[in-house]
Ligand binder design. Sequence first.
Ligand code: PLP
Length: 357
Amino acid sequence: MRPARALIDLQALRHNYQLARQLSGARALAVIKADAYGHGAVRCAQALEAEADGFAVACIEEGLELRAAGIKAPVLLLEGFFEASELALIAQHDFWCVVHSLWQLEAIEQASMAKPINVWLKLDSGMHRVGLHPKDYQAAYQRLLATGKVSKIVLMSHFARADELDCAASNDQVAVFEAARKGLRAEVSLRNSPAVLGWPQVPSDWVRPGIMLYGATPFEVPQAEAARLQPVMTLESKVISVRELPAGEPVGYGARFVSPRPTRVGVVAMGYADGYPRLAPTGTPVLVAGKRSQLIGRVSMDMLCIDLTDVPEAGLGSPVELWGKNVLASDVAIQAGTIPYQIFCNLRRVPLVYSGD
Ligand SMILES: *Cc1c(COP(=O)(O)O)cnc(C)c1O
């Protein structure tokens, strides 16, 4: 059997969820959209359900998957509905629903619904992606109330730059939010992972941690609270072939690596078809036989090569950690010019193996 697999530590997931709660002092919706950032939404939801205040997903398809698996906790649809016809199912399954655009508000006004729904009214406080314009916010709130079709309204917005700790943009967004919600007596929700970890002063009744649940830092620089996270996923495989090369020999497609010295090359069963980033260059860290080493040459579809020269105890069958508790996914991501979010979401083909239920 091919040795490539992703181990998922559900105990670490629960630890990180508790940390989000503890740091924020707020209720926390565990963001498990995109199949829990590649970690398996149903299993992650089951592992958290006893303690979680609720979950958040991107769309009703993801919400229905949770309901079909028996998850009864609140589930927020972060983009609300895409077509008005989804409203009946939203009411039927008690999904909580973001309203980010006026067309959605109008659809609720016109819908006939079996029961009222819980709405999270989203303000565009500066990210300029989705969310109501500040000038429309109070009126939208009043219109929603007037429909008689909402059981509760939570006021929300989303940060564009909370991962930049010395950037004033998040404070500006909070100021826009505070002005827009003035006089409204409703719960608020602003903070994603970087804001839970790095922006303790931001008001919150509800936080929405995603990436931190999976134990990866959203920051590019070291940060004290992020250092308390426990990586949930370990992407591992084994050395399936070893060769000794003299100096001056190329390795892999495009001869991107040429051995600068006599080199012991280990071939690992892991490639970009598994989601390992093809753009990870020579020098990207890996752990082999418990020691740090590095990637060499281009990542191919099913295999990649690593340097065993300074790890003489490593050989055929040695375990390799591509990322996990020793090699951080965020470090691999930086090498590959991306973010841990994408590294996790790209995972495919490898079986997910769970522990810590
Ligand atoms: C994805 C998402 C989150 C979670 O973001 P992280 O940076 O992963 O914590 C929170 N809120 C909204 C609206 C989102 O779309």
